[in-house]
Design a protein around this ligand. Structure first.
Ligand SMILES: [Zn+2]
Ligand SMILES: [Zn+2]
Length: 610
């Protein structure tokens, strides 16, 4: 039984899928990269983004595309690259130069959010010539354009000559580590010469921080999550062995081998970590798990296939569409007949598959590979995941509402969670609470409040308090982050915001007294002017902090959603969720204390340049 329904599907003639199980990747921002030999497609499921984004209610949900798609242009990419010099010796050329006939891409990997501009995700790619570069989007990540940025190579190949040298600079695998507690993240790439190279993802420009060698060409890489002891593990699969290295959370990470096992001749696919100790992969006849450090891996036999298409917490999907649990029992069969190349589930629960869609008409002389991408809605309901931007956390729920007109039972767990969060937040008022704890509560409140954007009116009543909670937690975050060294004008606006916040209706006495206390703590007499004036006519502005600031003469300015400053310049960011703007110069002045650049303070979604 396959417990998911099709939301939409599309077919591309952009060549074969690049690497089974690695051809589909969700970013932390809910954007999917589909990596094919001819093009990299960037796919964003639309529901959950501002509803009016996708048209008015008159347009039935099923009539519009379930996603927006943009592509990374392969021809432009290859034209940009210098010509590869022709090796004089034909045999060496055949052995060392990958075939690039009709192909542009070999592999790609999303970075963690925060590596790209405005805390977005960047895409590291290996082209068909096995060169590594990075793509970033300066504007809206859903629509592109994605621009190429070079990854500076280090000097690891300098001492090698001839074939060894070209193999050492031909990349074969790429993966980003998760962000560490000390804010380190690395881009790891493997070469055909057996080199493993790490770049510091946050350095500007990026630079190599570590490189070492394994005995054979690198085939695949996989990072686990950070361990509590401040280390992270990188699995490096070569043609013959599996190696695991441990790296410390440090500027110059030292790597230490923690285990090696022999793979034999079996083709490996879907290399991934089950947790921080057990590494999993698939072979054509088995699902393999290896407790790192144990003498040998454990295999569970399954029906013979070619590869695994991907995994989730429950099991692994094979290329024949059968899903097996890790004990080898059959869980489900995908209702698709053709070979499956990719299977991924995003943290909000949405499933995507990529399968072959080759023409079977016998009169055709040539069959060029075509691929079908399918988006599935699981029948079970996942709770919104507060670690994601609210727009993404809500996606499966939004689809469920559109497709099944769910009754209010859908909302009961959320209602319960909101009540719990309200109680927790009031408890925070009773003690000295740091920015981190307030921010965590605020993020979850933003996620619940976002529901009111996507919910029908009957359901919105179940989450009535979410926006109120979100609003006062936003003030609490700012108050906790306040510092006496902050500019006086910002402090004055914050004082006004706290004052106005404390008078909003339906707040509990504990919250009101907390906000009043915060205001009293911050409000120090200053010599600076206390009145804002209109940037156009210098008339005094009324002391409100609404989204727009009108002056008595009728000039209207937008207010920065982070700093409440009147926006009178063009350097702004726009929130992809609520469309409110932030005024970049005002944000920069206080960014040392309040790092608001990671997302909109009102709704929690990401910025785009505007
Ligand atoms: Zn004016
Ligand atoms: Zn927003």
């Amino acid at each position: 039984m396959w417990e998911a329904d099709v939301i939409g599907s599309t077919t591309w003639a952009t060549g074969r899928a690049c690497r089974a199980a690695e051809c589909l990747q969700w970013s932390e921002e809910g954007i999917l990269a589909v990596i094919t030999a001819g093009a990299i497609h960037i796919v964003t499921p639309l529901v959950g983004y501002a509803r009016d984004d996708a048209g008015d209610a008159a347009q039935a949900p099923h009539a519009r595309a379930p996603w927006s798609i943009t592509s990374i242009d392969a021809k432009r990419e290859l034209a940009r690259q210098p010509a590869v010099p022709e090796p004089a010796d034909e045999e060496i050329a055949a052995a060392t130069t990958p075939s690039t006939l009709g192909e542009a891409w070999h592999a790609a990997a999303w970075s963690p959010a925060t590596v790209g501009p405005l805390h977005t995700c960047a895409l590291a790619v290996i082209n068909a010539r096995r060169q590594l570069s990075m793509y970033v989007c300066e504007s809206d990540a859903r629509t592109g354009p994605y621009a190429s940025v070079d990854v500076p190579y280090g000097r690891w190949a300098d001492t090698r000559t001839g074939v060894a040298r070209s193999l050492a600079t031909q990349f074969s695998a790429v993966r980003w580590s998760p962000v560490s507690p000390q804010r380190h993240a690395w881009l790891a790439a493997g070469t055909r010469g057996g080199d493993v190279i790490l770049w510091n993802a946050y350095a500007q420009p990026m630079h190599v921080v570590q490189c070492w060698r394994v005995p054979h060409a690198v085939c695949a890489l996989s990072w686990c999550a950070w361990l509590p002891d401040g280390t992270v593990r990188l699995a490096v699969q070569t043609s013959e062995q599996m190696h695991v290295f441990s790296l410390r959370d440090d500027d110059e990470p030292l790597c230490e081998s923690v285990g090696t096992c022999t793979l034999g001749l079996a083709q490996v696919s879907n290399l991934h970590w089950a947790d921080t100790i057990v590494l999993r992969w698939a072979t054509p006849s088995a699902l393999v798990s290896w407790e790192v450090g144990a003498a040998s891996p454990v295999s569970v036999p399954v029906t013979i296939g070619a590869h695994a298409a991907g995994s989730d917490a429950r099991g692994t999907l094979r290329d024949d569409g059968r899903m097996y649990a890790y004990d080898g029992s059959l869980l489900a069969t995908l209702p698709l007949k053709q070979r499956v190349w990719g299977y991924v589930r995003d943290p909000s629960g949405l499933i995507v598959t990529l399968s072959s869609a080759d023409e079977t008409a016998s009169w055709r002389y040539m069959i060029s590979p075509t691929l079908t991408l399918t988006l599935w809605l699981p029948q079970e309901r996942w709770l919104p995941n507060a670690s994601l931007p609210p727009i993404v956390a809500w996606r499966t729920w939004a689809y469920a509402l559109e497709r099944h007109a769910d009754d209010s039972a859908l909302w009961m767990p959320l209602h319960a969670r909101l009540a719990q969060l309200e109680a927790q937040a009031e408890a925070l008022c009773q003690r000295t609470t740091g920015v981190a704890a307030w921010s965590a509560a605020h993020r979850e409140a933003q996620c619940l409040a976002w529901a009111t954007h996507v919910a029908p009116s009957f359901a919105a009543t179940h989450l009535g308090g979410a926006q109120r909670l979100c609003a006062w937690l936003g003030l609490a975050v700012r108050a906790a982050a306040w510092d006496a060294a902050m500019p006086g004008a910002y402090t004055q606006r914050l004082v006004r915001a706290l004052e106005q916040g404390a008078t909003s209706p339906d707040l509990s006495p504990a919250v009101v007294s907390y906000l009043q206390g915060a205001k009293a703590r911050i409000d120090k007499p200053t010599n600076e002017t206390t009145m804002e004036t209109c940037p156009a006519c210098d008339a005094p502005m009324p002391p409100t902090l609404a989204a727009t600031a009108p002056c008595p003469a009728g000039h209207i300015f937008d207010r920065c959603v982070v700093t409440y400053a009147v926006i009178d310049g063009v350097r702004t960011w726009t929130c992809v969720g609520c469309a409110r703007q932030a005024y970049v110069p005002a944000c920069e002045v206080i960014s040392k204390w309040l790092p608001a650049m990671t997302g909109c303070l009102a709704c929690g979604n990401r910025w785009r340049h505007s």
